[in-house]
Design a protein. Structure first.
Length: 466
């Protein structure tokens, strides 16, 4: 949704466009941040005023235009490109940083991408195609070739001369990368010691050999983890031979972190991750993403019916047992969901690994026993209390309370174990742990929890209520 300021100014901007007052339009747009201008253009496109959005975009200064374009969503970029015309579109895309250029081309229809690639300058096409050659969700797709590198045998003064010469076009100059004669990465140096060092001092004296790299074929989530772990604003990317081929910066990683977190949240909610913002996802796509999981979980609930059918005779003799089924089901589902959520997040942050399963299960067994005992005691008191006030009267309140309490202990213990083990197993099998979503864990616990409950009831109540 557009910010209040942007919403108020949109009619004014449209009026300037329609009246042909382009100089005033240019000055008005320059007062806003790039993200606000992009939001304004997006609103115009969404309202069907793509021609007006294109005219507003054309009056932007070149350096502002590329920044604004990068803030637009893929479908908005595509529609704007179509309105701008092929030649103008090529100039727009060519003005972007290589990594942003790749993001855009990756989202466009194949034929549009090919047409634009053919019209790029040889240098831009070489950069773009090099990045496009890596797998879709790899570090290679995030990296940019715009960075400052210096030769190992240089002096500090020569290194600073390189910074001044190439820093203007670099993605960042916070880090300078040192390579040997073959282009092999030797070290990276923060700009601070370079600025403070004597220009005549050999660069070699500033090298400590402690540097961390990303491989171009690594999954992009690895870039998120590594940059968070080492608190870096940029990290070098190397190929299989150790040659420096690009860098990844914090802004690209922030985008990836947001995308991956959104995907995990969607999967934990029991649906496929959406490819677009909620309000921009078409109804057909929304139904497709949600229906599959819901249908699968619905069919799994047939097992719950099967369990209750198997113990139908016990339920007929002791109807009181049915009254506490919601309590049993919720305790198992909630416990399993808690454990699964904790482990999914811990795996995402690299706090645990599948190899830590013994430690994890040990902690969850203790946790499950303690929580189960507390909830079980509460369950016993609840049953006896319900009998006392007349909400659920039974001839044997303490026995039924013991059944409920004992079942809750077993169910909470099992929920802690199953909820924590499932993400570890999925990670070990190379699957996404987030797919062990809350609804899936809850459904599994519904079936297993009812089984535990009725088995305990049959053992304890045979000869009395049963």
């Amino acid at each position: 949704m557009a910010s209040p300021t942007v919403q108020l100014l949109e009619p004014e901007i449209v009026e300037l466009i329609r009246s042909g007052e382009y100089r005033e339009l240019r000055e008005s747009l320059r007062q806003f941040d790039h993200a606000d201008v992009a939001e304004m253009l997006a609103d115009l496109i969404e309202q069907g005023e793509t021609a007006e959005a294109a005219l507003a975009y054309r009056v932007l200064p070149r350096e502002d235009a590329s920044e604004v374009f990068a803030h637009l969503d893929a479908d908005e970029q595509e529609r704007l490109i179509g309105e701008l015309g092929a030649e103008r579109a090529v100039r727009v895309i060519e003005s972007l940083d290589p990594d942003d250029r790749v993001k855009i081309l990756d989202e466009l229809p194949v034929e549009v991408t090919r047409r634009i690639l053919r019209k790029l300058t040889p240098e831009s096409r070489k950069e773009t195609q090099a990045i496009l050659g890596y797998p879709p969700e790899s570090v290679g797709r995030l990296m940019t070739p715009d960075y400052v590198k210096v030769r190992r045998g240089s002096s500090v003064g020569a290194a600073m001369a390189q910074v001044r010469r190439y820093g203007q076009d670099a993605e960042t100059i916070n880090w300078v990368y040192v390579v040997d004669a073959d282009g092999m990465l030797v070290d990276d140096i923060h700009i601070r010691p370079l600025v403070l060092a004597d220009p005549e001092r050999p660069l070699e004296e500033l090298l400590d050999g402690r540097f961390t790299t990303l491989n171009a074929v690594d999954d992009r989530e690895e870039a998120v983890r590594m940059m968070a772990r080492y608190d870096r604003s940029a990290m070098p990317v190397v190929d299989g031979l150790g040659l420096l081929i690009g860098i990844v910066t914090y802004d690209d990683v922030a985008d990836v972190a947001e995308i991956e977190a959104t995907e995990d949240i969607h999967k934990l909610g029991g649906l496929e991750a959406l490819d677009a913002p909620y309000l921009k996802t078409r109804l057909v796509e929304m139904l497709r993403k949600r229906a599959g999981w819901l249908a699968g979980l619905f069919m799994m609930q047939l097992l719950t019916i099967a369990v209750m059918g198997f113990f139908d005779e016990a339920l007929e003799k002791a109807v009181i047992l049915a009254l506490f089924v919601p309590l049993i089901v919720s305790s198992g589902g909630n416990t399993g969901t808690q454990a699964a959520s904790l482990l999914v997040r811990a795996l995402a942050l690299d706090h645990v690994a599948p190899g830590d399963w013994k430690t994890v299960l040990g902690r969850e067994v203790v946790t499950g026993l303690v929580l189960g005992t507390l909830l079980g005691a509460l369950g016993l008191v609840t049953v006896v209390g319900c009998d006392w006030v007349g909400l659920a009267e039974t001839e044997f309140p303490w026995r039924v309370g013991f059944v409920v309490g004992t079942a809750v202990v077993g169910i909470v213990l099992w929920g802690s174990i199953a909820g924590s083990a499932l993400p570890l197993v999925m990670q070990k099998l190379g699957l996404d742990p987030a797919a062990s979503s809350s609804p899936l864990v809850a459904t599994i616990m519904d079936v297993s929890g009812l089984t535990i409950y009725f088995v305990v009831a049959v053992v304890v109540l045979t000869g009395t209520l049963l």
